[in-house]
Write a protein that binds this ligand. Structure first.
Ligand SMILES: [Zn+2]
Length: 640
């Protein structure tokens, strides 16, 4: 969804940042600003500030900053359109449709289809729950009783039954006005060999699958008798993708627990729920996907995997674990004794026993090492060698040296293997990695390890090779490598200085709107090095030329999160000047001079390039006087 500048600004300015943030952070007024405990890092004394005049927040400890839109996106993990909707609702603003008529037509059509889809699924869900209560639903009720599914669970999860019939649902939906093609597209009916269509779900327990907001968008069906397949699900449709949804998240999202439990299937989830665990989700018949991990990340950073103890469960757990780890979760793995699944275990041992398992859940690395030991026990042929090799592979991937050390010590004492051989093998693996292209990042770790192991006798030449990283592997000679490194660093710090100067100008400008005349006259947007700063300046100039005010919080949306932090920093710490006009003029001079110098240097470098055509060189030469002139003007205007 595309929103115009005006709409975004209307929504932003209608939501006072102090009100929005204080519903989440307890704020206290100190001077003209408000302070509270930062929601982005852990702290005991408040360093998180909210500035009501500028409508921005900034943390003096972790340096995070932004406007009200950024705050909601960060803390609630909402997308930009979701945030816009939330803030618009909060301020009772009706968001306009896009102004593109074709897009609007498609959108309206798609919305209509979606509405029909959800209506159909809602009808089907109530049809299935009615069926469960009917005379024909006795087999299903018996099954549930056998599996100890209580009535309150049936209601909480909206469980149902699909009749042992070819067209009970199809006929019902027909009577509600849903045509055959709609039933087919929604995956509730299947096309017959000749004419006609028939029910997808027959004589099964039905588990409605709901999205995060609780709308039914698919069904899972479990066979009651021995029919195959045991589990049958709605197919993927225009509005349902199993890899993008998590079963139970609509309920689990409001848990007070800090972590989420991930189980394999519906039955485990419902069983745990019956025993009071309200923080459980399940992937829908797949190994956990990236999308599911991202979805879950909106609600927690901390997960415990409780998959079945059988081999398939273990394999699925391992695949899911890597995905979760990749998304930055703290992952632990719960081991259920005697090869049971969570459903069996909690039925037999009860909730306190399951809580003990949660408390004992092993961190990911420990779990992986333990699984490895199980698959190659010490008494297997070459058991210890294969185990050691596997351990080395796992530990070589741990980037943090201290963390790696902790694991090594633990493995040494727990599995009785020789510390020296583990360390030597890991060092070898790390060296191999650092030589491989694209793995230069591992080099510093190797370097430190070597120094530690060989005392002060590390060969100086090796130290240099490792520390430059970029130089290693090229045959250009150590000298070139080092120079290139220093050049790159100079370039990087120059780039930082440009950005700081540009952000300063935007900060001062948006704080003191009377400075527009200087900027309009002396700083065309194309002098801004950074694209986002350029966009912000263009926007601000447009608005100012219409005689309208621009505020800091408003410009915030042009920046990446990192730039936004820096912008908030400049606003909060760096732009209280004695004389705003003079400060602005000085900064613009600096920027103009830097701009001229950069182009001048670029032109000279281009002329030295032998591959350049004469015509091209002539064109560049004609531009040089302009660059020089600009540089001189900047110089004569004052100190650079
Ligand atoms: Zn902070």
């Amino acid at each position: 969804m595309y929103y115009s500048d005006q709409v975004i600004e209307d929504v932003r300015s209608a939501n006072n940042i102090v009100d929005v943030i204080s519903s989440r952070v307890q704020l206290q007024k100190k001077g003209k600003n408000f302070f509270g405990l930062c929601p982005f890092h852990h702290e005991k004394t408040p360093s998180f500030s909210v500035d009501p005049d500028r409508q921005i927040y900034y943390c003096f400890s972790c340096n995070k900053g932004g406007n009200v839109i950024g705050f909601l996106m960060e803390t609630e993990k909402l997308s930009f359109p979701e945030t816009m909707q939330r803030l618009a609702d909060r301020a009772h603003i009706l968001l306009p449709e896009s102004s593109d008529p074709v897009y609007n037509k498609q959108l309206a059509r798609s919305k209509e289809l979606q509405k029909r889809y959800f209506e159909m699924y809602t009808h089907a869900a109530s049809f299935f729950s009615q069926a469960l209560l009917s005379d024909n639903g006795k087999a299903a009720r018996d099954y549930m009783q056998k599996r100890s599914i209580r009535n309150d669970m049936v209601r909480r999860f909206g469980l149902g039954y699909s009749y042992n019939s070819w067209d009970a649902l199809c006929q019902f939906l027909e009577s509600k006005g849903f045509k055959a093609d709609e039933q087919l597209a929604a995956g509730l009916a299947i096309k017959g060999k000749n004419e006609g269509h028939y029910d997808r779900f027959r004589h099964r327990i039905i588990y409605p699958i709901q999205d995060v907001s609780g709308r039914v968008l698919a069904f899972g069906g479990r066979a009651i008798d021995d029919s195959t397949p045991k589990y049958l699900n709605s197919p993927e449709t225009q509005f349902y993708s199993k890899g993008k949804n998590l079963y139970g998240l609509n309920l689990a999202k409001s848990t007070k627990e800090k972590f989420m439990l991930i189980v394999e299937g519906y039955m485990d989830l419902i069983a745990l729920s019956a025993y009071g665990f309200d923080n459980v989700v399940a992937p829908l018949g797949t190994a956990l996907t990236d999308m599911q991990a991202k979805l879950l990340k909106r609600y927690t950073d901390d997960v415990i995997i409780a998959f079945d103890a059988d081999a398939a469960g273990q394999a699925a757990a391992l695949r899911g674990l890597d995905i979760l780890e990749g998304q930055g979760f703290r992952v632990r793995v719960l081991s259920i004794p005697d090869g049971k699944d969570p459903d069996d275990f909690i039925g037999a041992k009860g909730a306190p026993a399951f809580r003990n398992l949660i408390a004992e859940a092993a961190p990911l690395m420990d779990y992986k090492i333990a699984s490895l030991r199980k698959s190659v026990p010490a008494d297997a042929p070459d058991g210890d060698v294969r185990f050691l090799k596997g351990v080395v592979q796992l530990l070589a991937r741990v980037k943090d040296e201290v963390e790696r050390d902790v694991y090594i010590n633990r493995i040494v004492s727990q599995y009785h293997i020789y510390e020296n051989s583990v360390r030597a093998e890991i060092d070898k693996a790390l060296r191999r990695d650092s030589r491989a292209p694209g793995r230069a990042a591992a080099a510093p770790g190797v370097n430190q390890n070597e120094r530690k192991n060989s005392g002060n006798n590390a060969k100086p030449s090796e130290g240099i090779k490792q520390s430059t990283g970029a130089g290693a592997g090229t045959n250009a000679g150590a000298g070139t490598g080092t120079n290139a490194g220093a050049g790159a660093r100079r370039g990087a710090s120059r780039a930082m200085a440009y950005r700081a100067a540009e952000l300063f100008i935007l900060a001062l400008l948006s704080t003191d709107n009377t400075l527009w005349d200087i900027v309009a006259e002396k700083l065309p947007p194309e002098y801004m090095e950074y694209e986002n700063a350029r966009h912000a300046l263009t926007y601000a100039c447009d608005k100012a030329s219409q005689g309208r005010q621009v505020s800091p919080g408003e410009l915030m949306r042009f920046f990446s999160p990192e730039e936004g932090d820096q912008f908030a920093n400049v606003l909060t710490n760096g732009c209280y000047c004695e004389d705003n006009r003079r400060a602005m003029e000085q900064k613009i001079r600096e920027l103009r001079a830097a701009h001229a110098k950069r182009h001048f240097r670029g032109a000279i470098a281009a002329l030295e390039n032998e591959g350049l055509s004469e015509a091209e060189k002539a064109r560049i030469k004609t531009q040089i006087p302009d660059h020089m002139k600009m540089f001189d003007t900047a110089k004569t205007m004052g100190r650079i």
